[in-house]
Design a protein around this ligand. Sequence first.
Ligand SMILES: *[C@@H]1O[C@H](CO)[C@@H](O)[C@H](O)[C@H]1NC(C)=O
Ligand SMILES: *[C@@H]1O[C@H](CO)[C@@H](O)[C@H](O)[C@H]1NC(C)=O
Ligand SMILES: *[C@@H]1O[C@H](CO)[C@@H](O)[C@H](O)[C@H]1NC(C)=O
Ligand SMILES: *[C@@H]1O[C@H](CO)[C@@H](O)[C@H](O)[C@H]1NC(C)=O
Ligand SMILES: *[C@@H]1O[C@H](CO)[C@@H](O)[C@H](O)[C@H]1NC(C)=O
Ligand SMILES: *[C@@H]1O[C@H](CO)[C@@H](O)[C@H](O)[C@H]1NC(C)=O
Ligand SMILES: *[C@@H]1O[C@H](CO)[C@@H](O)[C@H](O)[C@H]1NC(C)=O
Ligand SMILES: *[C@@H]1O[C@H](CO)[C@@H](O)[C@H](O)[C@H]1NC(C)=O
Ligand SMILES: *[C@@H]1O[C@H](CO)[C@@H](O)[C@H](O)[C@H]1NC(C)=O
Length: 809
Amino acid sequence: MWDLLSRLLILGLLFTSGVCKDSPDDDIPPTTTIIDILSSNANFSKILLSLQRSDLVDYINELQNVTFLAPLNLAFPDDQFYLDLSQNDVSRHMIDQPVDADDVCGLGVYRTLFVNTSLLPEGVQQPILLDNRDDLFLADNAIVTEQYDVRSSNSVVYGVSSFLERHKSACDFFADIADADPVFAQYQIIARLFSDNEFCATRKITNVTFLVPSDASVGLNEIELNYLNTNEGLEDKTRLLESHAVAGIWGGRLEPVSTKTLANQKIRISSNSEGSNIIVQNTSSTFSNYLLSDGIVHLYDSILLENSVPVFTPRKYLLGLGLTSVVNQLDFHKLSSLIDDRDVNQTIFVTESAESTESKSSLLYHFVDGRVEFDRDELLTTKYCSSSVLGHCQKLKVMKRGDQVSLNNNVFVTSPKIRVGNTYIYYVDEDLTLPLPFQHAVSPFLRCAKSIKLLHDFGLLKFRNNGGLGYTVFLPNADAWRGLDLVLDYLYANRGVMLEILGNLIVNGLIYDDFQGSATLATLLDKPLEVESVSDTLYINGTAVDVSIESEVLFDKGVAHPIERLVFPATVQVGVPELLSTVDGEEFLKVLKLLRLDHLLYEDYSFIVPSSRSMRLENFTSELPNLARLEKFARLHILPAGGMEKVIECNDTVPTLLENVHLSCRELTSGISMLSVREGNDREVRVLRQGLAINCGDTATGILLVDRSINPDWLSGSRGPIHLHLPFVALLIGVVIGMLLLAVGASCCLVCSVGKQTPVSGETAPLLRAHERLENPTLPNSPPPNETQSYSNYYSTHSSSRPIDVDQP
Ligand SMILES: *[C@@H]1O[C@H](CO)[C@@H](O)[C@H](O)[C@H]1NC(C)=O
Ligand SMILES: *[C@@H]1O[C@H](CO)[C@@H](O)[C@H](O)[C@H]1NC(C)=O
Ligand SMILES: *[C@@H]1O[C@H](CO)[C@@H](O)[C@H](O)[C@H]1NC(C)=O
Ligand SMILES: *[C@@H]1O[C@H](CO)[C@@H](O)[C@H](O)[C@H]1NC(C)=O
Ligand SMILES: *[C@@H]1O[C@H](CO)[C@@H](O)[C@H](O)[C@H]1NC(C)=O
Ligand SMILES: *[C@@H]1O[C@H](CO)[C@@H](O)[C@H](O)[C@H]1NC(C)=O
Ligand SMILES: *[C@@H]1O[C@H](CO)[C@@H](O)[C@H](O)[C@H]1NC(C)=O
Ligand SMILES: *[C@@H]1O[C@H](CO)[C@@H](O)[C@H](O)[C@H]1NC(C)=O
Ligand SMILES: *[C@@H]1O[C@H](CO)[C@@H](O)[C@H](O)[C@H]1NC(C)=O
């Protein structure tokens, strides 16, 4: 029972101590002064002495209607009886009105007599925070003890446990924000903006309440902060900061007030929790009432006012990235609209180093439609759209290889995307240049030099204005031309045909690798050309061509595609007789005519043609009367339909017109094909060159130029090497004996032949000589040297290997 009563008593005491009382005690006689109070109490002896020594007694005596927070002796260092004080030191401890402790409810912001006039001529009274919550009465951080009323000057004196701390001015506080109390760690952005570029000092920011939002809620990145600190960004920065500052010092317990920010936005400030929570609009502070010498700071976790954070456009980002010269050039060329709308879906490529002045077209080439993520190879459409020859918007080729993204093959993207609105900005390592003129745009790696030279020789590279259609060039590469072999000889000899082929390689209109559907375009020679895309393969007039983004070449007036196969126009026909005219085939033709087989030239037959010279050397013409043998000879050299393909793929069973006789093909490592009679001995002829007729037929026909004729005598039954069929053991014994003999022989040779000249190798001996020796042993061993020389001319000019003596075992 007693226990309960005493608890109630204690509760009651606690309650009354927290409640503000209306009636002050008055048992101190009037006519006293502040100095009287100080001198009457031993606990004020040090401050009194200090005031006397510092000549401030008169100053104090003149004050009226003030509250003096007088430091008690314990606020002084033990060994010091007085301190030299300035008037400012004292005025910091003077509140500009008499304050009764019982009137202070919760937190209250009061003004001292200390005024700093460095920013404003009239100065701002430094605020002081009195905190009378719970049992403790605090002024700033000093504990306030006894109260003494000074009736004569309507003042009050309190003892305080320590000297009051100095406060930093707002500008100094923001300048040192990085080293400020840890409570500000997450509230740096706005504070830094205040101090950056002397904003605070030049704007004379003073007598202000700062409502600082957290970094997370402001959410400005480095680029945006950089922009705000540029000259162009000053307006945005001013608005951002001014909308977070309110004139006057508002803190502690507040009656709700409606006021305006420095940016003139309406704002409502109130408080709760005895003034420890300052509410702006409906947002509570996370930390409040941090005093500065000319202001007060409250912290918030969200943006208090809409529209206070600036809207960022591509222009602002470019400025923030330090690309002022780019922005200036865009403005100069009246292209500002490109960077002032953050909703446009676009991608901008910029370089680190600010380039010198660029042309308008080159600037536009840095802008691409759509937001590019670089997740695949693609052609992008730039904003450089010429109305002249190209007539379309120029493209930009993107290729992604691993982590590397290249633009037009030679410029690399070096930064992750920087996003502002719907615009992406990427850094590239070099300046993006517009596609070059055709001759310079085609890289040598594409091996199209021959095509370019031919097109140039035929005057086809003019690319005149074709009404804004642009041009597509199909560029056969080196392989395409080499594969033609004899056909190419024919084309060189017939410029008209060549022109027809070349002229139809250039098309009016743009066909990029991503072409879809089908279209009919006109070639440079005004022929129609059907272009169709079927499951990612491009067909031109029915012929599939390999077109890829990788090899595709963008040039100033269109696009070029290196192709690996020449596409012949329907009108170009190169038959077997035409091909025969490109080689020395008179003698062979003579034989065909004699046998009345020459009509086969116009049918689906292919021909193995020994040159006239080799035929004459082998004396076939002298055998004219021997028609049976001659017919055998001729039929051995004629391949029925399908034979040509088999030779080309080097099959070992190639049928001939001679019944039941096949040729066998063998491919040397050098790629040269050797033909022999399958049903005969091992003699071989070499295919020197070949030519496939160009016609509309299904079967491949053509001619094969060989170094010598296939002799009917090689057929079985005639002389040839003897094939022995020995059992394995015998073979093994033979090999062992052979090796032994070889070893003995070799050691002998080594001893004998040191220092002697090596004989001419059989490998390099003239080819024909061997044949002659075999065919006609009576002939002298070496023909005139000029003859072998001229003979080697028959070898394909593309052959990389020297002639090999095929009859060597
Ligand atoms: C001086 O202070 C001490 C302790 O702070 C206190 O006990 C004493 O009563 C004070 N003297 C006067 C005259 O107030
Ligand atoms: C002090 O206050 C009284 C009444 O509140 C006033 O009449 C007087 O002028 C004031 N004195 C000064 C110096 O402000
Ligand atoms: C007044 O404020 C300025 C900065 O605004 C500061 O440098 C100076 O120390 C202050 N003066 C006093 C006496 O505190
Ligand atoms: C400080 O601001 C308040 C509120 O705007 C104003 O009433 C007061 O006069 C200002 N003080 C100075 C010294 O400018
Ligand atoms: C604040 O909250 C009150 C009631 O909760 C509401 O009526 C008022 O519109 C709110 N004000 C703002 C600025 O959100
Ligand atoms: C940007 O692209 C999105 C979809 O990718 C689209 O919804 C939007 O309308 C586009 N904006 C403009 C301005 O074209
Ligand atoms: C393409 O085909 C059309 C119709 O088949 C033909 O008229 C035209 O000459 C061909 N063009 C070329 C360049 O071959
Ligand atoms: C070719 O025949 C002519 C005469 O018919 C003869 O003089 C010549 O030696 C022969 N040559 C060969 C290689 O048989
Ligand atoms: C030759 O052709 C036949 C039939 O066309 C085929 O079966 C055979 O495998 C081919 N031989 C070679 C070596 O390609």
